[in-house]
Design a protein. Sequence first.
Length: 282
Amino acid sequence: MPFLAATLSLYANSFSEGTDRFSALDWLTNSIFVAALVSMIVLLLARKATSTMSLVPGPTQNLFEALLEALYDTLEGIVGSHMIRKSFSLFATLFIFILVSNWFALLPGVGSIGWGEKGEYGFVVEVPLLRPTTADLNMTAAMACFFMVMWLVWTLQEVGLKGFLNHMFGVKGGLQGLIKYLLIPIFFFVGIIEVISILFRPVSLSLRLFGNVFAGENLLVTMIGLGKQLGFPEWLAYLVSVIIPVPFYFLELLVGVLQAAVFMLLCAVYLQLSTTHDEESH
């Protein structure tokens, strides 16, 4: 806790007005700082849940065991028993980190406290002190690219380079004879298209998560300032800013779970498609 307090103090004192980075540490942005806070929260909860394991689990241990068991069973049904032990730690980490990050973004003050200027409908925060980490395209792209690196490693370990190239460019369906050689150019062209689609996977993964979280953040901001934008009296505008966003907060809680699950499940499907042996698929 003293370390956390010192870090927060350094963060507040070193943050330069008009920029989203530390003045001394150019690489440390407000979204990276939030990512560190989220990681610390997850680690502390995991430590609390596993520090004193018992046959009759407490609430925290019971929650983590139920969550991990549900994730393990779901992922095993997708990637198979031959890949689950290698990939489960990464998939579970992605799901839990994205989920906690999405929900952390809904806390009061995240994205709404910082530097800016007074606008037509009140003070507008242009550089927030705390920025939702999954609303930063750099973070979502980094997670997607890291998964694609591990996807390539696991795929090559499972099927080998020859099997990988054959899966991409080889003639499918067990065709033999003259027809096999006639179809080689077609399947080679299909393989090139598949390579292009693989290269676009990190783009689609990162943009899907970033777009949904960023859109939800803007939706909440719009709902909070709806009263002022419609020209309501000050007391009514304040009441609207408190009541109207409530259902949208519950909606964003659901979206946070769905986006974490979608990111994890798409990664699992990509791994399953590349590590399923040909003899298993026929």
